[in-house]
Design a protein around this ligand. Sequence first.
Ligand SMILES: *Cc1c(COP(=O)(O)O)cnc(C)c1O
Length: 428
Amino acid sequence: MYEQSKKLFDQAKNVIPGGVNSPVRAFKSVGGTPIFMKSAKGAYLYDVDGNRYIDYINSWGPMILGHAYEPVINAIQEYAGYSTSFGAPTELETKIAELIVSMVPNIDMVRMVNSGTEACMSAMRVARGYTGRNKFVKFTGNYHGHADAFLVNAGSGVATLGIQSVPGVTQTVAEDTLTVPYNNLPAVENLVKEYPDQIAAIIVEPVAGNMGCILPQQGFLDGLRYICDEHNILLIFDEVMTGFRLARGGAQELFNIKADLVTFGKIIGAGMPVGAFAGRKEIMENVAPAGKVYQAGTLSGNPIAMIAGYTLLQTLNDNPDIYRQLAEKTAYLSGGLQSVLNAAGIVHQVNSIGSMLSVHFAEYPIIDFDAASGANNELFKRFFHSMLEKGIYLPPSAFESWFISNALTIEDLDETIAAAKSSIASLK
Ligand SMILES: *Cc1c(COP(=O)(O)O)cnc(C)c1O
């Protein structure tokens, strides 16, 4: 079934570390051979062996309207003819910045970068430059990209591979990263007391998507806002995953909470390598060349990437009903999975919000990294493979959120629920 993928993976391992250009793709935690893809359209992926899959990864988020979304593909083709890069400003960069500022609450200015990693790394530099403080708080199991300072108790691939401390990240750098459990306000309060006037920022995934999908508990995000206000700390919402996904204006809009800086990635580039960070004018004017906090990129604001992102964001902006449809599909899938699991008598937690979802095999609520780690992830592994054999492409780790795209039909969701039913039966 996977002969070509196996062959390509063996070949890749000779010249690419682990055979992949981003660790979670390697299927390490679930075992087996990663599937090499050839093409995709709408809700479906097609691999090099000719298998078809219903996609619940959606390139880890960007494909919110499905793969090869025609307006995006057409725009890319048109703009490619004008040159793939100028290294000079274009009108398009102002247009996408205006669009983002109009969609997202509490931001006046935005700087485009090339990945979510760059966005978070740069936002933290701005927060440090603005406050004149060095330390920051992050939450265990949250992932903010692979910049040194963030690779302390990180989620996503770092959690999947079970890496405790990352070789190459120096002690000096790690010392400025203070970590506490997600959803634990008292722990944040204690840290803030322990390090008075030393904390520049609290960075948080407003919905955690890199240890499964974990919702903020009632009062958690409000509490962070309150603590930040009390202590002149900047609140950074890492909306690389939730931005343009949970609502047009992301988690800030959904939960009605103001962040001081916001980071974006994934959907913002419609599948092209794009990230961005944004905030109020007073903060963002510290970024070079307006201010002294240096930040740059040869290919930042790349025209092909910008037109792809602009086209997708415009569609989301003009059709807010998409978010209602996505939420309905997610609720349908969540309900279907829960009834199948209930009928089979398997303990489980299905967490979902907007178009994010995850399944954990545990009897207790999954509210933080320890809870996610304590679930039966051995069972998840077998569930994953059984679903894959039935043509359902789930994230290859219990520490990742599933993404629902609007290309999915009710028939696709029914097919997925039916596959889950027979998978569960075969696992018992
Ligand atoms: C994916 C992700 C990042 C990193 O983005 P890259 O584009 O992979 O560098 C940062 N933060 C969050 C919340 C993410 O989900």
